[in-house]
Design a protein around this ligand. Structure first.
Ligand code: TYM
Length: 344
């Protein structure tokens, strides 16, 4: 059977990009899994603290994220759902992987380069170089490899921005196998990224960049908890263009194409086919269709989230059961890893 692993940072409510790019696929994989498949989903607190967080907010987000994942349909009877920071196997394996990962490879990660660029922009007066960023940001993808490989996962459902991290995970798995495993056997499988057609949902305000939790413009993203009127106003003000008719052309018409991607994901249709169907309708008419579809998509999860977030005892029980199961699986991996490297 396959072993599916994925994670999400507890840094606020998930947005439409997280949902269409990753979470909807987690649920789909869960609901189509065979009896021999294993599914493991993690809320990755240790990744979240690579950027400064307020402890009160982080702690609230950590529980809200658990409620959100349950609300979108992750079923703790079918999937292992847990907080990464409840299982120290992740940090232990990350340390071991840090010791076989060249710094040069980490410096080439686009996520690292983006952080460097961000801090340059934020401090445009000063000379910023990487000596001012913390080491956790640099080794972030190594911890991600440890998350995945602690369970010897084979499939990782993620959005496009994580594909390069998955490449690194395969390299680390391969290096470990060749260096430490007797007979160079494939102890760690080489995990593959499982990306959805809507792997890159774009910002509603700037459709040349991805929809992201960290953008200061709140109109740029739709949150899973947004009320119907918020969904309406964000989509009404989405940036499009003044070309007549509807066409799917991501290069020249990124705003319209993004709306078609969203509508396609909600209605299980190909965005290019949708464009042909809509033909000479207006952008405003397209927006009305997207508004209806997204309101419908998030109605159930939003209500369920509001109900679940008050069920503290239930959430704690789910987290505890999940952590126990996660530990049982990963401790076996770590026992073998220690013996391969001679630390036992
Ligand atoms: P995170 O928390 O930033 O995002 C969670 C998931 O949402 C996807 N995503 C998007 N997909 C489409 N369009 C967008 N605009 C968009 N924005 C985000 C992300 O690709 C991701 O799948 N490093 C990871 C968390 C992580 C992880 C792991 C993932 C830690 N360990 C192990 C997989 C396996 C991250 O920051 O995701």
């Amino acid at each position: 059977g396959k072993v599916v692993f994925s994670g999400i940072q507890p840094t606020g409510v998930p947005h439409l990009g997280n949902y269409l790019g990753a979470l909807s696929n987690w649920v789909k994989l869960q609901n189509t899994a065979g009896p021999d498949d294993k599914l493991i989903f993690s809320i990755v607190g240790w990744h979240a603290i690579t950027l400064p967080q307020q402890s009160k907010e982080l702690s609230a987000s950590r529980w809200d994220m658990l409620a959100t994942l349950l609300a979108v349909g992750i079923d703790p009877k079918r999937s292992i759902l847990f907080h990464q920071d409840d299982n120290r196997c992740h940090t232990e394996l990350a340390w071991i992987f840090n010791c076989i990962t060249p710094v040069g490879k980490l410096r080439r990660m686009t996520t690292w380069k983006a952080r460097l660029a961000d801090s340059r922009n934020a401090n445009s007066e000063e000379e910023i170089d990487e000596s001012m960023l913390n080491a956790g940001l640099l080794t972030y993808p190594v911890l991600q490899a440890a998350d995945i490989l602690a369970y010897r996962a084979t499939h990782v459902p993620v959005g496009e921005d994580q594909v390069q991290h998955l490449e690194l995970s395969r390299e680390i798995a391969n290096t470990f196998n060749r260096t430490f495993v007797p007979g160079r056997k494939r102890f760690f499988p080489l995990p593959t990224a499982d990306v959805t057609p809507s792997k890159r949902v774009l910002s509603l305000r700037d459709p040349t960049s991805k929809m992201s939790k960290s953008s200061p413009d709140l109109q740029s993203r739709i949150l899973l908890t947004d009320a119907p009127d918020q969904i309406t106003s964000k989509l009404r003000s989405a940036v499009t263009d003044s070309i007549a008719g509807i066409t799917y052309d991501p290069i020249n018409r990124p705003g319209v194409s993004n709306l078609l991607t969203i509508l396609g994901a909600c209605t299980d249709k190909d965005p290019a086919d949708l464009a042909l169907e809509l033909g000479n309708r207006s952008n405003a008419e397209l927006k009305s269709l997207v508004i209806d579809a997204v309101q419908e998509l998030f109605r159930g999860p939003r209500t369920e989230f509001e109900r679940l977030r008050g069920e503290k005892a239930y959430l704690q029980q789910v987290a505890k059961d999940g952590a126990d199961q996660a530990k049982a699986h990963s401790e076996e991996t770590l026992r073998l890893v220690r013996s391969f490297i001679g630390l036992y």
